[in-house]
Design a binder for this molecule. Structure first.
Ligand code: FAD
Length: 160
C-alpha cells in the first residue's frame, strides 16, 4: 500500500487544533491525507490515524485548521511528524479561533461536520469557515520523500 500509493504525489499540510485561544493548548501534526470534498458547501477532509493524539483532540474540539506548506517549510513538516524537534520554528496565527502556521501558502479554518471511522484512521470532514492563500512553491511528498516543483514557465511544470 505505501509503495503504490506513495506514487500519488501530494502536498503537505499541518493540521492544527486547540481547546482554547491559549497557545499552550495548541496541537499540530503533519498530514498529507487531505483533500477537497465539496465547493457548495465548502468541505474538506483529513484522514487521521486513530493512534495519533490529533484524532482524539479533533473529536474533543470539533474544529481544525489546515496549513498547506511551502517548500521552504520542510523543517516544520518534520517537526510536526515528530522526526525532529525544532519548536523555535513554530509560529501560529489565528483565524476564526483556529491556530494556523505562519508562512504557509494556504490557511483553512474548519468546523467538523462529520467524522467517519475508516479502518485504522478517522475521516474528519470539515466545513471551511475562513480561508486565506498566497502564491509560492508548495512542498510536495512523493515516494516517501519531500520534493519541490521546478516552475519553468508560467504554464509549464517540470520534474523535481
Ligand atoms: P505527536 O506525535 O505528539 O506530535 C507531533 C509533533 O508535533 C511532536 O514533535 C510535537 O512536539 C509537535 N507539536 C505538536 N503540537 C505542537 C505545538 N503546539 N507547538 C510546537 N510543536 C508541537 N498521519 C496521519 O494520521 N495522517 C496523515 O495524513 C499523515 N500524513 C503524513 C505525511 C507526512 C509527509 C509525514 C512525514 C507524516 C504523516 N503522518 C500522517 C504521520 C503523523 O504526522 C505523525 O504520526 C505524528 O507524529 C502524529 O502526531 P500526534 O498527533 O500523535 O502527536
Amino acid at each position: 500500500m505505501r509503495k503504490a500509493l506513495g506514487r500519488f504525489a501530494s502536498g503537505v499540510t499541518i493540521v492544527t487544533t486547540a481547546e482554547s485561544q491559549d497557545e499552550a493548548s495548541v496541537h499540530g501534526m503533519t498530514a498529507n491525507a487531505f483533500t477537497s470534498v465539496s465547493l457548495d458547501p465548502p468541505l474538506v477532509l483529513v484522514s487521521i490515524s486513530t493512534r495519533a493524539k490529533m484524532d482524539a483532540k479533533i473529536k474533543e474540539t470539533g474544529r481544525y485548521g489546515v496549513s498547506v506548506l511551502s517548500c521552504e517549510q520542510e523543517p516544520l513538516s518534520l517537526h510536526f511528524a515528530g522526526a525532529v524537534n525544532e519548536p523555535d520554528l513554530v509560529r501560529f496565527t489565528w483565524r476564526k479561533g483556529v491556530p494556523l502556521l505562519d508562512g504557509a501558502l494556504v490557511h483553512l479554518s474548519c468546523r467538523v461536520v462529520d467524522s467517519h471511522p475508516a479502518g485504522d484512521h478517522t475521516l474528519h470532514i470539515g466545513q471551511v469557515e475562513e480561508l486565506w492563500y498566497d502564491d509560492g512553491r508548495p512542498l510536495l511528498f512523493y515516494t516517501g520523500s519531500f520534493r519541490a516543483l521546478e516552475l519553468q514557465t508560467d504554464n509549464e511544470v517540470c520534474g523535481f
